[in-house]
Design a protein around this ligand. Structure first.
Ligand SMILES: [Zn+2]
Length: 114
């Protein structure tokens, strides 16, 4: 049995994902944070292609007309992950709870700008 599993998950398509872990830790992942940390092969470049990292947390002030990030859909994958579909056309990111827990423990899951 692992304590590093979600006890409760609350998904808000406008705010992000909140997870209460079984060991009592509470994590909030903002939309921008999740998108910027998408673990898929395209975003991380793990297929040998250049990583296509996004930077929604630190928007470029010179880049106009960039639509606000939104979550179109969030569905569970088995009982180990969630898959998120974004309004920028990206939907291949699968966030395992193990990965989210790792992000949470890095202490960077707070709101951007801190
Ligand atoms: Zn991705």
């Amino acid at each position: 049995m692992s304590l590093q599993e979600p006890e409760h998950i609350a998904v808000s398509k406008s705010k992000g994902i909140d997870i209460d872990w079984k060991d009592g830790l509470q994590s909030h992942f903002s939309l921008a944070y999740l998108r910027d940390n998408c673990p898929c092969a395209v975003c991380t470049g793990s297929h040998g292609t250049p990583p296509q990292k996004t930077d929604y947390q630190n928007p470029n002030p010179f880049q106009m007309f960039k639509p606000a990030l939104k979550m179109l859909a969030c569905e569970g994958v088995g009982n180990y992950a969630v898959k998120i579909e974004w309004n920028d056309g990206h939907s291949s990111g699968i966030f395992s709870f193990e990965y989210l827990r790792k992000l949470a423990m890095e202490g960077t899951s707070t709101v951007a700008g801190s």
